[in-house]
Design a protein around this ligand. Structure first.
Ligand code: SF4
Length: 265
């Protein structure tokens, strides 16, 4: 029997955002687990914020669902870390998504493997095909997802609330338990509870994504300065957490995929 969806409207979620705003992350997570049950998942690249949420949720619901994506360009340290996390949290239900081979092949054949260095549009297209689409597909059927977004990460994230409707993904609920935490508070939690941390943090990385698009940050730089560092005046976002409005972008993706279909992919 199909499970009934748990759906909120804008007014309800606005009131919930107010009610939950001064709640601790654990309380927000507990509310979400109780409200959405099986139909909520932690979406994470296993960075510090996601690991804190995973650890908190595991204490309450060890079989919590975790979604992550292997873009095909991850550093080997990330792939090894996934195994470490599986060992530490053996009951977690991991769902590792991968991009569509045909879409990746078509993009690379037309634009090359390093297309993301050539323009912001190309970079957003690569993120869309390798990361956003697999995750978007994984969100289908869910009522809510946890993110590790924090208000102090980047200007585009300054106004996030602890719960919000995700109109880019069928109006499901986005739960941001760490919205009002700082990076220091997250680190403190990880140390206190001996939570595994990604090994690249020890090498100066502060935000870890695909290998060719991530570098360590220098003293005084913003935490996300190591992502797509060659770009100027572009949001440090992959498109998962904000609408992409780059004019011909969607047209370009469709053109590539159209060509791919003609080629039999
Ligand atoms: S981070 Fe870089 S390699 Fe990874 S999907 Fe985005 S553009 Fe492509």
């Amino acid at each position: 029997m199909l499970k009934e969806r748990v759906v909120f409207d804008d007014l309800e979620i606005g009131q919930l955002a107010v009610d939950l705003d001064d709640q601790e992350p654990e309380d927000v997570i507990e509310w979400a687990l109780n409200t959405f049950g099986e139909n909520v998942a932690i979406v994470t690249a296993l960075q510090a914020d996601g690991m804190a949420i995973l650890d908190m949720a595991y204490q309450m619901s060890p079989e919590v669902r975790v979604l992550t994506v292997d873009t095909g360009r991850l550093p080997p340290e990330t792939l090894a870390f996934v195994d470490d996390v599986r060992r530490r949290y053996p009951l977690v239900r991991f769902d590792v998504r991968r991009p569509d081979h045909g879409e990746v092949d078509a993009m690379v054949r037309r634009n090359g493997t390093e297309l993301f260095r050539e323009s912001v549009e190309n970079r957003l297209m690569c993120c869309q095909i390798r990361k956003v689409r697999p995750l978007t597909q994984a969100l289908e059927g869910l009522d809510a997802w946890f993110t590790g977004l924090r208000r102090d990460q980047w200007a585009s994230r300054a106004a996030i609330t602890k719960v919000q409707l995700d109109h880019d993904h069928d109006g499901i609920v986005k739960v941001n338990p760490l919205a009002d935490w700082s990076a220091e508070e997250v680190d403190e939690y990880l140390r206190e509870f001996d939570v595994p941390v990604h090994p690249l943090y020890a090498q100066g990385f502060t935000s870890i994504g695909c290998q060719p698009c991530t570098r360590p940050v220098r003293d005084g730089e913003d935490d996300r300065a190591g992502r797509w560092w060659w770009e100027s005046d572009a949001p440090k976002e992959c498109g998962m957490h904000c609408p992409i409005e780059t004019g011909g972008f969607e047209h370009e993706v469709h053109a590539i995929l159209g060509e791919a279909n003609e080629d039999g992919y």
